[in-house]
Design a protein around this ligand. Sequence first.
Ligand code: BG6
Length: 470
Amino acid sequence: MKKMKKQPFLWGSATAAYQCEGAWNLEGKGLGEWDVFSHESPLNINGATGDVSCDFYHHYEEDIRMMKEGGQNSYRFSLSWCRILPEGRGRVNEQGIAFYNRVIDCCLKHGLEPNVTLFHYDLPQALAQQGGWANRDILDTFEEYAKVCFEAFGDRVKLWVTINEPKYYAYCSNMVGNYPPNHHVDFNRYFKTVYHEAVASAKAVKIYHDLQLGGEIGIVHDSSNVEVAPQTKEPERIKAIADLFYNRVILDGAILGELPGGLIPWLQENDIDSSYIRFEDTLTLAQGKIDFLGLNVYNRFYITDYTEGETEVFHNNKGAGSTAKEGIRIKNWYETTIDPTTKRNLWGREIYPRCMLNTLMEIKERYGEIPVYITENGHGCYETPDENGMVQDDERIEMMQGYIDFMFKAMEAGCDVRGYYAWSTMDLYSWVNGYEKRYGLVRVDFDNNCRRIPKKSYFWYQKLIQEHQK
Ligand code: BG6
Protein backbone atom coordinates (compact mmCIF):
# COMPACT_ATOMS: atom_id res chain seq x y z
CA MET A 1 0.00 0.00 0.00
CA LYS A 2 1.29 3.43 -0.96
CA LYS A 3 1.92 5.84 1.95
CA MET A 4 -0.75 8.55 1.75
CA LYS A 5 0.01 12.10 2.73
CA LYS A 6 -2.03 13.39 5.68
CA GLN A 7 -4.48 16.08 4.66
CA PRO A 8 -7.23 17.97 6.52
CA PHE A 9 -10.24 15.82 7.39
CA LEU A 10 -12.65 15.92 4.47
CA TRP A 11 -16.26 16.79 5.26
CA GLY A 12 -18.44 16.56 2.23
CA SER A 13 -21.48 15.13 0.58
CA ALA A 14 -22.01 12.82 -2.36
CA THR A 15 -24.03 12.22 -5.52
CA ALA A 16 -23.87 9.92 -8.55
CA ALA A 17 -24.14 10.93 -12.21
CA TYR A 18 -27.32 9.13 -13.25
CA GLN A 19 -29.06 10.06 -10.01
CA CYS A 20 -28.55 13.82 -10.32
CA GLU A 21 -27.34 15.06 -13.71
CA GLY A 22 -30.42 14.79 -15.89
CA ALA A 23 -29.52 15.93 -19.44
CA TRP A 24 -29.83 12.29 -20.44
CA ASN A 25 -29.66 13.00 -24.18
CA LEU A 26 -27.82 16.33 -24.31
CA GLU A 27 -24.48 17.32 -25.81
CA GLY A 28 -23.43 14.01 -27.24
CA LYS A 29 -24.17 11.75 -24.27
CA GLY A 30 -24.64 8.11 -25.28
CA LEU A 31 -27.40 5.87 -24.05
CA GLY A 32 -26.93 4.24 -20.68
CA GLU A 33 -28.37 0.98 -19.36
CA TRP A 34 -30.41 2.96 -16.80
CA ASP A 35 -31.86 5.22 -19.52
CA VAL A 36 -33.20 2.15 -21.27
CA PHE A 37 -34.35 0.44 -18.08
CA SER A 38 -36.15 3.49 -16.72
CA HIS A 39 -37.83 4.23 -20.06
CA GLU A 40 -38.85 0.76 -21.09
CA SER A 41 -38.80 -1.85 -18.39
CA PRO A 42 -42.05 -3.01 -16.75
CA LEU A 43 -39.88 -3.56 -13.69
CA ASN A 44 -39.51 0.19 -13.30
CA ILE A 45 -42.52 0.10 -11.02
CA ASN A 46 -43.00 3.78 -10.32
CA GLY A 47 -42.17 4.97 -13.84
CA ALA A 48 -39.60 7.48 -12.57
CA THR A 49 -36.54 8.22 -14.70
CA GLY A 50 -33.33 10.19 -14.31
CA ASP A 51 -34.03 12.14 -17.53
CA VAL A 52 -34.09 15.44 -15.66
CA SER A 53 -33.67 14.44 -12.01
CA CYS A 54 -32.49 17.52 -10.10
CA ASP A 55 -30.84 18.81 -13.28
CA PHE A 56 -27.36 19.05 -11.80
CA TYR A 57 -26.16 19.44 -15.38
CA HIS A 58 -27.48 22.99 -15.33
CA HIS A 59 -27.44 23.65 -11.56
CA TYR A 60 -23.94 22.44 -10.68
CA GLU A 61 -22.62 25.91 -9.87
CA GLU A 62 -25.42 26.53 -7.40
CA ASP A 63 -24.98 23.09 -5.81
CA ILE A 64 -21.23 23.49 -5.42
CA ARG A 65 -21.60 27.00 -4.03
CA MET A 66 -24.11 25.68 -1.48
CA MET A 67 -21.71 22.95 -0.43
CA LYS A 68 -19.02 25.57 0.11
CA GLU A 69 -21.40 27.80 2.09
CA GLY A 70 -22.40 24.76 4.12
CA GLY A 71 -18.77 24.41 5.27
CA GLN A 72 -17.97 21.34 3.16
CA ASN A 73 -14.44 20.95 1.80
CA SER A 74 -14.97 18.02 -0.55
CA TYR A 75 -17.54 16.80 -3.06
CA ARG A 76 -17.87 13.16 -4.08
CA PHE A 77 -19.48 12.59 -7.48
CA SER A 78 -19.30 10.12 -10.31
CA LEU A 79 -18.68 10.44 -14.03
CA SER A 80 -21.16 9.14 -16.54
CA TRP A 81 -19.24 6.63 -18.66
CA CYS A 82 -21.57 7.12 -21.65
CA ARG A 83 -21.31 10.91 -21.44
CA ILE A 84 -17.55 10.52 -21.93
CA LEU A 85 -17.46 7.47 -24.23
CA PRO A 86 -20.92 7.29 -25.83
CA GLU A 87 -20.34 3.76 -27.12
CA GLY A 88 -18.48 2.67 -24.00
CA ARG A 89 -15.13 2.62 -25.82
CA GLY A 90 -13.46 4.36 -28.75
CA ARG A 91 -14.89 7.77 -29.61
CA VAL A 92 -14.57 10.42 -26.87
CA ASN A 93 -17.35 12.99 -26.48
CA GLU A 94 -15.49 16.27 -26.00
CA GLN A 95 -18.64 17.98 -24.69
CA GLY A 96 -18.79 15.43 -21.89
CA ILE A 97 -15.16 16.10 -21.01
CA ALA A 98 -15.89 19.85 -21.09
CA PHE A 99 -18.84 19.42 -18.69
CA TYR A 100 -16.75 17.58 -16.10
CA ASN A 101 -13.94 20.12 -16.52
CA ARG A 102 -16.43 22.81 -15.57
CA VAL A 103 -17.60 20.84 -12.53
CA ILE A 104 -14.07 20.09 -11.34
CA ASP A 105 -12.89 23.66 -11.86
CA CYS A 106 -15.92 24.96 -10.00
CA CYS A 107 -15.11 22.66 -7.04
CA LEU A 108 -11.53 23.88 -6.96
CA LYS A 109 -12.62 27.51 -7.20
CA HIS A 110 -14.72 26.97 -4.06
CA GLY A 111 -12.01 25.06 -2.20
CA LEU A 112 -13.73 21.66 -2.50
CA GLU A 113 -11.56 18.61 -3.07
CA PRO A 114 -13.14 16.58 -5.90
CA ASN A 115 -13.49 12.89 -5.04
CA VAL A 116 -14.39 11.24 -8.34
CA THR A 117 -15.90 7.81 -8.97
CA LEU A 118 -15.51 6.23 -12.40
CA PHE A 119 -18.41 3.80 -12.21
CA HIS A 120 -21.54 4.21 -10.10
CA TYR A 121 -23.96 1.67 -11.62
CA ASP A 122 -24.60 3.40 -14.99
CA LEU A 123 -23.15 1.14 -17.67
CA PRO A 124 -23.22 2.35 -21.31
CA GLN A 125 -26.01 0.54 -23.13
CA ALA A 126 -23.63 -0.50 -25.93
CA LEU A 127 -21.63 -2.53 -23.38
CA ALA A 128 -24.75 -3.87 -21.66
CA GLN A 129 -25.81 -5.31 -25.02
CA GLN A 130 -22.54 -7.20 -25.19
CA GLY A 131 -23.06 -8.89 -21.82
CA GLY A 132 -21.95 -6.02 -19.57
CA TRP A 133 -20.00 -7.10 -16.52
CA ALA A 134 -20.50 -10.77 -17.31
CA ASN A 135 -18.36 -10.40 -20.46
CA ARG A 136 -14.63 -10.53 -19.84
CA ASP A 137 -14.06 -7.81 -22.47
CA ILE A 138 -15.19 -5.34 -19.81
CA LEU A 139 -11.75 -5.61 -18.19
CA ASP A 140 -10.06 -3.89 -21.13
CA THR A 141 -12.95 -1.56 -21.81
CA PHE A 142 -13.01 -0.30 -18.23
CA GLU A 143 -9.25 0.21 -18.33
CA GLU A 144 -9.60 2.27 -21.52
CA TYR A 145 -12.33 4.42 -19.95
CA ALA A 146 -10.31 4.89 -16.75
CA LYS A 147 -7.26 6.02 -18.72
CA VAL A 148 -9.28 8.59 -20.68
CA CYS A 149 -10.54 10.03 -17.37
CA PHE A 150 -7.17 10.02 -15.61
CA GLU A 151 -5.56 11.78 -18.57
CA ALA A 152 -8.33 14.36 -18.88
CA PHE A 153 -8.87 15.19 -15.20
CA GLY A 154 -5.93 13.74 -13.27
CA ASP A 155 -4.05 17.03 -13.16
CA ARG A 156 -6.75 18.38 -10.82
CA VAL A 157 -8.49 15.33 -9.33
CA LYS A 158 -6.36 13.76 -6.62
CA LEU A 159 -8.89 11.36 -5.11
CA TRP A 160 -10.28 8.65 -7.36
CA VAL A 161 -12.63 5.74 -6.84
CA THR A 162 -12.76 2.93 -9.40
CA ILE A 163 -16.18 1.39 -8.67
CA ASN A 164 -18.99 2.24 -6.28
CA GLU A 165 -20.26 -0.75 -4.31
CA PRO A 166 -19.26 -3.53 -6.72
CA LYS A 167 -20.88 -6.17 -4.56
CA TYR A 168 -24.18 -4.36 -4.02
CA TYR A 169 -24.43 -3.55 -7.72
CA ALA A 170 -23.80 -7.20 -8.62
CA TYR A 171 -26.28 -8.27 -5.96
CA CYS A 172 -29.10 -6.03 -7.16
CA SER A 173 -28.45 -6.84 -10.84
CA ASN A 174 -28.13 -10.60 -10.44
CA MET A 175 -29.71 -11.69 -7.17
CA VAL A 176 -32.55 -9.28 -6.38
CA GLY A 177 -33.11 -8.42 -10.03
CA ASN A 178 -34.26 -4.85 -9.42
CA TYR A 179 -31.30 -3.26 -11.25
CA PRO A 180 -30.65 -3.95 -14.93
CA PRO A 181 -29.97 -6.50 -16.37
CA ASN A 182 -32.51 -7.87 -13.83
CA HIS A 183 -31.37 -11.43 -13.24
CA HIS A 184 -32.96 -13.06 -10.23
CA VAL A 185 -31.11 -15.42 -7.84
CA ASP A 186 -28.37 -16.10 -10.36
CA PHE A 187 -25.34 -17.09 -8.26
CA ASN A 188 -23.19 -17.78 -11.33
CA ARG A 189 -23.71 -14.33 -12.74
CA TYR A 190 -23.41 -12.67 -9.35
CA PHE A 191 -19.94 -14.08 -8.69
CA LYS A 192 -18.81 -13.55 -12.27
CA THR A 193 -19.85 -9.90 -12.12
CA VAL A 194 -18.13 -9.29 -8.78
CA TYR A 195 -15.02 -11.04 -10.03
CA HIS A 196 -14.83 -8.98 -13.22
CA GLU A 197 -15.40 -5.82 -11.21
CA ALA A 198 -12.56 -6.75 -8.85
CA VAL A 199 -10.11 -7.42 -11.70
CA ALA A 200 -11.24 -4.36 -13.71
CA SER A 201 -10.81 -2.18 -10.65
CA ALA A 202 -7.29 -3.54 -10.10
CA LYS A 203 -6.40 -2.80 -13.72
CA ALA A 204 -7.58 0.80 -13.29
CA VAL A 205 -5.61 1.15 -10.03
CA LYS A 206 -2.46 -0.09 -11.73
CA ILE A 207 -2.78 2.22 -14.68
CA TYR A 208 -3.42 5.16 -12.35
CA HIS A 209 -0.28 4.38 -10.36
CA ASP A 210 1.71 3.96 -13.59
CA LEU A 211 0.65 7.40 -14.76
CA GLN A 212 2.14 8.95 -11.58
CA LEU A 213 -0.36 11.75 -11.32
CA GLY A 214 0.30 12.30 -7.63
CA GLY A 215 -3.11 11.37 -6.23
CA GLU A 216 -4.71 8.39 -4.56
CA ILE A 217 -7.13 5.76 -5.76
CA GLY A 218 -9.49 3.42 -3.95
CA ILE A 219 -12.68 1.44 -4.24
CA VAL A 220 -16.01 2.03 -2.45
CA HIS A 221 -17.57 -0.91 -0.64
CA ASP A 222 -21.03 -1.02 0.88
CA SER A 223 -20.12 -1.91 4.39
CA SER A 224 -21.84 -5.16 5.33
CA ASN A 225 -20.75 -5.87 8.84
CA VAL A 226 -22.16 -9.31 9.68
CA GLU A 227 -23.75 -10.03 13.06
CA VAL A 228 -25.32 -13.34 13.98
CA ALA A 229 -28.55 -13.44 16.00
CA PRO A 230 -28.57 -15.27 19.36
CA GLN A 231 -29.59 -18.93 19.31
CA THR A 232 -28.28 -19.39 15.78
CA LYS A 233 -26.95 -22.83 14.96
CA GLU A 234 -23.33 -22.95 13.73
CA PRO A 235 -22.81 -19.19 14.11
CA GLU A 236 -19.16 -19.21 13.08
CA ARG A 237 -19.80 -21.18 9.91
CA ILE A 238 -22.58 -18.94 8.68
CA LYS A 239 -20.78 -15.75 9.64
CA ALA A 240 -17.80 -16.89 7.58
CA ILE A 241 -20.02 -17.62 4.56
CA ALA A 242 -21.83 -14.29 4.80
CA ASP A 243 -18.56 -12.46 5.20
CA LEU A 244 -17.17 -14.12 2.11
CA PHE A 245 -20.32 -13.48 0.10
CA TYR A 246 -20.75 -9.83 1.13
CA ASN A 247 -17.30 -8.54 2.02
CA ARG A 248 -14.20 -10.59 1.37
CA VAL A 249 -15.14 -11.34 -2.22
CA ILE A 250 -14.30 -7.69 -2.96
CA LEU A 251 -12.12 -6.49 -0.12
CA ASP A 252 -9.44 -9.20 -0.17
CA GLY A 253 -8.74 -8.53 -3.84
CA ALA A 254 -8.73 -4.75 -3.50
CA ILE A 255 -6.72 -4.47 -0.27
CA LEU A 256 -4.56 -7.61 -0.16
CA GLY A 257 -4.27 -8.08 -3.90
CA GLU A 258 -5.45 -11.68 -3.79
CA LEU A 259 -8.68 -13.64 -3.93
CA PRO A 260 -10.08 -14.88 -0.62
CA GLY A 261 -8.34 -18.14 0.33
CA GLY A 262 -10.45 -21.16 -0.56
CA LEU A 263 -12.83 -19.23 -2.84
CA ILE A 264 -12.54 -21.54 -5.86
CA PRO A 265 -13.11 -24.86 -3.99
CA TRP A 266 -15.93 -23.22 -2.08
CA LEU A 267 -17.63 -22.11 -5.31
CA GLN A 268 -17.21 -25.62 -6.70
CA GLU A 269 -18.65 -27.23 -3.57
CA ASN A 270 -21.68 -24.99 -3.94
CA ASP A 271 -22.09 -25.75 -7.67
CA ILE A 272 -21.24 -22.17 -8.63
CA ASP A 273 -19.34 -21.61 -11.86
CA SER A 274 -15.69 -20.57 -11.41
CA SER A 275 -14.45 -21.32 -14.93
CA TYR A 276 -13.87 -17.63 -15.73
CA ILE A 277 -11.23 -17.23 -12.96
CA ARG A 278 -7.85 -17.09 -14.68
CA PHE A 279 -4.37 -17.50 -13.33
CA GLU A 280 -3.14 -14.34 -15.10
CA ASP A 281 -5.59 -12.29 -13.03
CA THR A 282 -3.62 -13.13 -9.89
CA LEU A 283 -0.88 -10.80 -11.08
CA THR A 284 -3.37 -8.07 -12.00
CA LEU A 285 -4.88 -8.16 -8.51
CA ALA A 286 -1.44 -8.14 -6.89
CA GLN A 287 -0.41 -5.10 -8.95
CA GLY A 288 -3.64 -3.18 -8.37
CA LYS A 289 -3.88 -2.72 -4.61
CA ILE A 290 -5.87 0.33 -3.52
CA ASP A 291 -4.46 3.31 -1.60
CA PHE A 292 -7.61 3.80 0.48
CA LEU A 293 -10.95 2.19 1.12
CA GLY A 294 -14.25 4.02 0.78
CA LEU A 295 -17.06 2.66 2.95
CA ASN A 296 -20.73 3.42 2.41
CA VAL A 297 -22.22 2.83 5.83
CA TYR A 298 -25.96 2.34 6.20
CA ASN A 299 -26.64 -0.86 8.06
CA ARG A 300 -25.35 -4.28 9.10
CA PHE A 301 -26.27 -7.79 7.96
CA TYR A 302 -28.10 -9.46 10.78
CA ILE A 303 -28.50 -13.15 10.10
CA THR A 304 -29.47 -16.52 11.45
CA ASP A 305 -29.21 -20.10 10.14
CA TYR A 306 -31.52 -21.34 7.35
CA THR A 307 -31.56 -25.01 6.58
CA GLU A 308 -35.09 -25.80 5.42
CA GLY A 309 -36.95 -24.20 2.54
CA GLU A 310 -35.98 -22.60 -0.75
CA THR A 311 -33.48 -19.90 -1.58
CA GLU A 312 -35.22 -16.54 -1.98
CA VAL A 313 -34.21 -12.90 -2.30
CA PHE A 314 -36.57 -10.03 -1.54
CA HIS A 315 -36.30 -6.31 -1.76
CA ASN A 316 -38.79 -3.78 -0.54
CA ASN A 317 -39.07 -1.28 -3.38
CA LYS A 318 -42.34 0.24 -2.33
CA GLY A 319 -41.77 1.91 1.02
CA ALA A 320 -44.64 2.96 3.26
CA GLY A 321 -47.59 0.67 3.43
CA SER A 322 -45.79 -2.15 1.69
CA THR A 323 -45.75 -5.52 3.35
CA ALA A 324 -42.97 -6.69 1.06
CA LYS A 325 -40.23 -8.61 2.79
CA GLU A 326 -36.65 -7.39 2.77
CA GLY A 327 -33.60 -9.64 2.66
CA ILE A 328 -32.27 -12.97 1.55
CA ARG A 329 -32.52 -16.62 2.59
CA ILE A 330 -30.12 -19.13 1.11
CA LYS A 331 -30.66 -22.79 1.79
CA ASN A 332 -27.96 -24.30 4.01
CA TRP A 333 -26.33 -20.91 4.51
CA TYR A 334 -28.37 -18.28 6.36
CA GLU A 335 -31.24 -15.84 6.25
CA THR A 336 -31.42 -12.19 7.20
CA THR A 337 -33.53 -11.62 10.25
CA ILE A 338 -34.93 -8.77 12.33
CA ASP A 339 -33.54 -7.54 15.60
CA PRO A 340 -36.65 -6.48 17.53
CA THR A 341 -34.68 -3.97 19.57
CA THR A 342 -33.69 -1.70 16.67
CA LYS A 343 -35.58 0.75 14.45
CA ARG A 344 -36.14 0.40 10.71
CA ASN A 345 -37.01 2.92 8.06
CA LEU A 346 -40.13 2.54 5.94
CA TRP A 347 -38.25 0.49 3.36
CA GLY A 348 -37.20 -2.02 6.00
CA ARG A 349 -33.61 -0.79 6.26
CA GLU A 350 -32.33 -1.04 9.81
CA ILE A 351 -31.13 2.12 11.54
CA TYR A 352 -28.15 0.91 13.51
CA PRO A 353 -25.48 3.56 14.17
CA ARG A 354 -23.18 1.15 16.01
CA CYS A 355 -22.45 -0.61 12.71
CA MET A 356 -20.18 2.37 11.91
CA LEU A 357 -17.88 1.48 14.81
CA ASN A 358 -18.12 -2.26 14.23
CA THR A 359 -17.32 -2.09 10.54
CA LEU A 360 -14.36 0.27 11.01
CA MET A 361 -12.90 -1.88 13.79
CA GLU A 362 -13.35 -5.03 11.76
CA ILE A 363 -11.58 -3.50 8.75
CA LYS A 364 -8.70 -2.39 10.97
CA GLU A 365 -8.40 -5.79 12.63
CA ARG A 366 -8.60 -7.70 9.38
CA TYR A 367 -6.61 -5.48 7.03
CA GLY A 368 -4.41 -3.30 9.26
CA GLU A 369 -3.67 0.36 8.65
CA ILE A 370 -5.73 1.03 5.52
CA PRO A 371 -6.90 4.68 5.30
CA VAL A 372 -10.69 4.90 5.11
CA TYR A 373 -13.20 7.46 3.92
CA ILE A 374 -16.85 7.16 4.87
CA THR A 375 -18.00 7.80 1.32
CA GLU A 376 -21.74 7.63 2.06
CA ASN A 377 -23.98 7.75 5.09
CA GLY A 378 -27.49 9.09 5.18
CA HIS A 379 -31.16 8.56 5.75
CA GLY A 380 -33.90 8.04 3.16
CA CYS A 381 -37.43 9.10 4.08
CA TYR A 382 -40.64 10.74 2.88
CA GLU A 383 -40.61 14.47 3.47
CA THR A 384 -43.03 17.37 3.43
CA PRO A 385 -41.92 20.96 3.86
CA ASP A 386 -43.56 23.08 6.58
CA GLU A 387 -45.59 26.25 5.87
CA ASN A 388 -42.34 28.19 5.28
CA GLY A 389 -41.12 25.65 2.75
CA MET A 390 -38.54 24.27 5.20
CA VAL A 391 -37.96 20.56 5.77
CA GLN A 392 -37.51 19.93 9.49
CA ASP A 393 -35.62 16.68 9.11
CA ASP A 394 -34.85 15.99 12.77
CA GLU A 395 -35.04 12.26 12.10
CA ARG A 396 -32.14 12.51 9.61
CA ILE A 397 -30.10 14.69 11.99
CA GLU A 398 -30.54 12.29 14.88
CA MET A 399 -29.64 9.33 12.73
CA MET A 400 -26.53 10.89 11.16
CA GLN A 401 -25.31 12.29 14.46
CA GLY A 402 -25.45 8.77 15.90
CA TYR A 403 -23.34 7.35 13.06
CA ILE A 404 -20.84 10.22 13.23
CA ASP A 405 -20.42 9.76 17.00
CA PHE A 406 -19.53 6.13 16.40
CA MET A 407 -17.10 7.18 13.65
CA PHE A 408 -15.30 9.38 16.21
CA LYS A 409 -15.18 6.46 18.65
CA ALA A 410 -13.53 4.33 15.96
CA MET A 411 -10.98 7.10 15.31
CA GLU A 412 -10.21 7.28 19.03
CA ALA A 413 -9.62 3.53 18.90
CA GLY A 414 -7.01 4.04 16.16
CA CYS A 415 -8.98 3.69 12.90
CA ASP A 416 -7.47 5.90 10.21
CA VAL A 417 -10.60 7.69 8.96
CA ARG A 418 -9.81 10.59 6.60
CA GLY A 419 -13.22 11.92 5.66
CA TYR A 420 -17.00 11.65 5.83
CA TYR A 421 -19.55 12.27 3.05
CA ALA A 422 -23.26 12.67 3.66
CA TRP A 423 -25.51 10.93 1.16
CA SER A 424 -26.77 12.96 -0.53
CA THR A 425 -25.85 16.55 -1.39
CA MET A 426 -29.41 17.30 -2.52
CA ASP A 427 -32.53 15.22 -3.19
CA LEU A 428 -32.02 13.04 -6.23
CA TYR A 429 -33.22 9.93 -8.04
CA SER A 430 -33.25 6.84 -5.85
CA TRP A 431 -32.52 3.81 -8.05
CA VAL A 432 -35.73 1.94 -7.41
CA ASN A 433 -37.78 4.40 -5.38
CA GLY A 434 -37.64 7.33 -7.77
CA TYR A 435 -38.28 10.63 -6.03
CA GLU A 436 -40.39 9.45 -3.10
CA LYS A 437 -37.42 8.52 -0.99
CA ARG A 438 -35.35 11.58 -0.20
CA TYR A 439 -31.83 11.71 1.14
CA GLY A 440 -30.66 15.29 0.49
CA LEU A 441 -29.29 17.90 2.87
CA VAL A 442 -30.94 20.26 0.39
CA ARG A 443 -34.54 19.89 -0.75
CA VAL A 444 -35.23 19.92 -4.47
CA ASP A 445 -38.63 21.16 -5.53
CA PHE A 446 -39.02 18.96 -8.60
CA ASP A 447 -42.24 20.74 -9.62
CA ASN A 448 -40.70 24.18 -9.52
CA ASN A 449 -37.67 24.26 -11.81
CA CYS A 450 -35.73 22.09 -9.37
CA ARG A 451 -35.47 24.95 -6.90
CA ARG A 452 -32.98 24.23 -4.09
CA ILE A 453 -33.98 24.86 -0.46
CA PRO A 454 -31.58 23.90 2.35
CA LYS A 455 -33.09 21.62 4.97
CA LYS A 456 -32.56 21.82 8.71
CA SER A 457 -29.93 19.08 8.34
CA TYR A 458 -27.88 21.30 5.99
CA PHE A 459 -27.45 23.85 8.78
CA TRP A 460 -26.87 21.17 11.39
CA TYR A 461 -24.09 19.70 9.20
CA GLN A 462 -22.56 23.14 8.65
CA LYS A 463 -22.36 23.66 12.44
CA LEU A 464 -20.97 20.18 13.07
CA ILE A 465 -18.21 20.79 10.50
CA GLN A 466 -17.35 24.18 12.01
CA GLU A 467 -17.05 22.62 15.47
CA HIS A 468 -14.81 19.83 14.26
CA GLN A 469 -12.58 22.02 12.15
CA LYS A 470 -11.60 24.26 15.09
C1 BG6 B 1 -25.99 3.46 -2.00
C2 BG6 B 1 -25.72 3.92 -3.41
O1 BG6 B 1 -25.98 2.09 -2.00
O2 BG6 B 1 -27.22 3.74 -1.45
C3 BG6 B 1 -26.50 5.16 -3.81
O3 BG6 B 1 -24.36 4.13 -3.62
C4 BG6 B 1 -27.94 5.00 -3.35
O4 BG6 B 1 -26.39 5.32 -5.20
C5 BG6 B 1 -27.94 4.91 -1.85
O5 BG6 B 1 -28.80 5.99 -3.79
C6 BG6 B 1 -29.33 4.81 -1.27
O6 BG6 B 1 -30.00 3.73 -1.85
P1 BG6 B 1 -31.55 3.77 -2.16
O7 BG6 B 1 -31.86 2.52 -2.85
O8 BG6 B 1 -32.18 3.87 -0.82
O9 BG6 B 1 -31.74 5.01 -2.98
